[in-house]
Write a protein that binds this ligand. Structure first.
Ligand code: NI
Length: 212
């Protein structure tokens, strides 16, 4: 699928962003190893929870609106130069690998940068990755609730000479897989291939089928 992401800063700034994202991956690698390969595992009950956000059409949605479907959730931001678009592409490819089961899963991007990522911008962003991808934004307070519930690390990084609205967000790079009851099932760190993601999702889907 074609990526038409606009270049938002000069090359130097982009390189700085890559370094930040790489550091974020290194920081989460250890925690990730603990739970990978375990069904439910030590993260069960500790990840996820209620949220109220605004979708890419401007409608208010809550976590309860997704009940009955599996959620594949990534926290990122549209200005991210590399890691977020890569993860969104991986999500879309993993859905492709699911075949017929694909329809049971909702791919969701929740912004960690609500000041700059408004619903209209999220709509444009998610359209680059998957036709059913949902982009969620909201007030900083609403987003903070979701970030806390999913134990996401996100912090703004400013460089000298940049304006107040010019920053990168240093963030964890994890994709969550949640059940039709909204509860945590699994998560995928960066570097998990779409094939592996799909195989693990299918295993969970056999164990936790959507309620009729
Ligand atoms: Ni990113």
């Amino acid at each position: 699928m074609g990526l038409k992401l606009k270049v938002f800063r000069p090359v130097l700034a982009a390189i700085a962003g890559i370094a930040l994202c790489a550091a974020a991956i290194a920081g989460t690698a250890k925690a990730d190893e603990v739970a990978v390969g375990t069904v439910g595992g030590p993260m069960q009950g500790k990840i996820g929870g209620p949220f109220t956000l605004v979708d890419h059409n401007g409608d208010t949605v809550t976590d309860a609106d997704f009940r009955g479907r599996f959620m594949l959730i990534y926290f990122g931001y549209t200005f991210c130069p590399d890691v977020c678009p890569t993860s969104a592409v991986m999500m879309a490819h993993a859905l492709d690998e699911l075949g017929e089961e694909e329809k049971k899963v909702v791919p969701i991007i929740i912004t960690i940068d609500p000041e700059r990522d408004r619903p209209e911008g999220m709509k444009d962003y998610v359209s680059h990755f998957h036709p059913r991808m949902v982009g969620l934004s909201g007030t900083p307070e609403q987003v903070a609730v979701a970030i806390k519930a999913y134990k996401v690390y996100a912090t703004k990084v400013f460089e000298e000479g940049w304006g107040l609205d010019e920053y990168f967000v240093y963030h964890s790079d994890v994709t969550y897989f949640m059940g039709p009851d909204g509860k945590y099932l699994d998560h995928f760190g960066s570097g998990t291939t779409p094939k592996v993601m799909a195989a693990r999702m299918l295993a969970h889907m056999r164990e936790s089928p959507p309620r009729p």
